[in-house]
Design a protein around this ligand. Structure first.
Ligand code: MRU
Length: 360
């Protein structure tokens, strides 16, 4: 997608072919800067500190991280060590494990000398695949938006949470892919963007990318969603996911569950958009089986913003020393989800429908 009119992806290989470059998402929307990642430590750090974030992009970065590690040493022990370190860099998004497994499966049978090259190639394939998956999600979700527009004859109002936009993937996004497609085809859409405390991925990232692409949107405080739904201001909720269980429970950014509750109470359709790489077929009960990342409490007690002079500053919001908890994700039970928008099409949120769509 575009930034200042120039097409970008979120991750690419450098011209010398020895590193990758990513957009530094920790300073958006105030600064647009990129970061070169040329070794395993830097890849792990970029994922942990959320220079890159969003389930599919975490996977893509980890795939290249493994390739970078193999450049430095490709025997079995080095491969396993790098795999483990990357896998542990963030716990909730299952795309991380998917991407690492894919690269490892490709390189393990090869002699160590051939592994790094094969890993770079597989990581590049995974990035291309992610773009295709997001585009297909867009095509599937577009039909839902078109149906609302046909019924109402006016702009379709969509509420989204966190950033499941192109910045969270390699391109297009998951929740945003149908929105970009609708907008590009001239369908009137308007997006209510949840700010998404504590890290404000909605305010800083979703608002940024929708603005850059010219999609009409309005930023709202996290607590506004229920009120908007009560007053008929939302036609559809579309959010992303970090992990979906075989029976259709979905983990996504903290606060998603509350939006799903409000949507059900107000009969607003609630959709989760995600590629097959986000489905964890090994688990059923999302509440019991999905590990929820606990992040630094300072993400709750402090906030980063831009000063009038253009400098960035982190300021304290609460009394010094206030204890804070920071669960980064929550699980929305399948019963509250009206459907999944996937790369294979739209399906109901239950075990049988998911299994049928994905031939499991
Ligand atoms: O903590 P983050 O910013 O990595 O969380 C991201 C989300 O929760 C996204 O909504 C999710 O990964 C879906 S991204 C296409």
């Amino acid at each position: 997608m575009k930034v200042e009119g120039r097409a970008y992806r979120t991750i690419w290989t450098t011209e010398d072919g020895r590193a990758i470059e990513v957009i530094d998402q920790t300073v958006l929307p105030h600064r647009f800067s990129t970061r070169r990642i040329d070794n395993l430590d830097a890849a792990v750090d970029a994922i942990k500190t959320m220079v890159v974030r969003g389930a599919p992009l975490i996977g893509a970065t980890a795939a290249y991280g493994l390739a970078l590690a193999l450049d430095a040493g490709a025997d079995d022990a080095s491969l396993e060590r790098a795999y483990r370190r990357l896998l542990e860099s963030r716990p909730t998004a299952v795309n991380l494990r998917y991407a690492l497994d894919e690269v490892r499966a490709r390189v393990s049978p090869l002699p160590p000398k051939q592994r790094a090259r094969a890993a770079w190639a597989r990581a590049a394939e995974l990035c291309e695949e992610d773009v295709t998956l997001s585009r297909r999600i867009g095509e599937a979700g577009l039909e839902l938006i078109e149906a609302v527009h046909r019924r109402t004859g006016r702009a379709v109002n969509i509420l989204t949470h966190c950033n499941a936009g192109w910045l969270a993937t390699v391109d297009w996004g998951t929740a945003t892919a149908p929105i970009y497609m609708a907008h590009d085809r001239g369908l009137p859409v308007h997006v209510f963007v949840d700010e998404t405390r504590p890290r404000n991925q909605g305010a800083s990232l979703t608002a940024f990318e929708l603005g850059q692409h010219g999609v009409p949107h309005t930023l709202v405080a996290d607590n506004a969603g229920g009120h908007l739904m009560q007053h008929g201001k939302i036609d559809l909720c579309i959010v992303g996911a970090d992990r979906i269980t075989a029976r259709g429970d979905a983990a996504n950014k903290i606060g998603t569950y509350l939006k799903a509750l409000a949507a059900r109470a107000n009969k607003v359709p609630f959709y989760v958009a995600a590629p097959y790489t986000t489905i964890d077929w090994t688990i059923e009960d999302g509440l019991k089986e999905i590990e929820i990342e606990e992040r630094d409490p300072r993400e709750v007690t402090h906030i980063l913003g831009r000063l009038d002079d253009g400098g960035l500053a982190r300021v304290l919001l609460s009394p010094p020393g206030t204890p804070a908890a920071n669960p980064a994700f929550d699980v929305t039970p399948a019963e509250l989800i009206d459907g999944f928008i996937t790369d294979r099409g739209v399906c109901a949120a239950n075990k049988a429908a998911l299994a049928k769509l994905f031939n499991r």
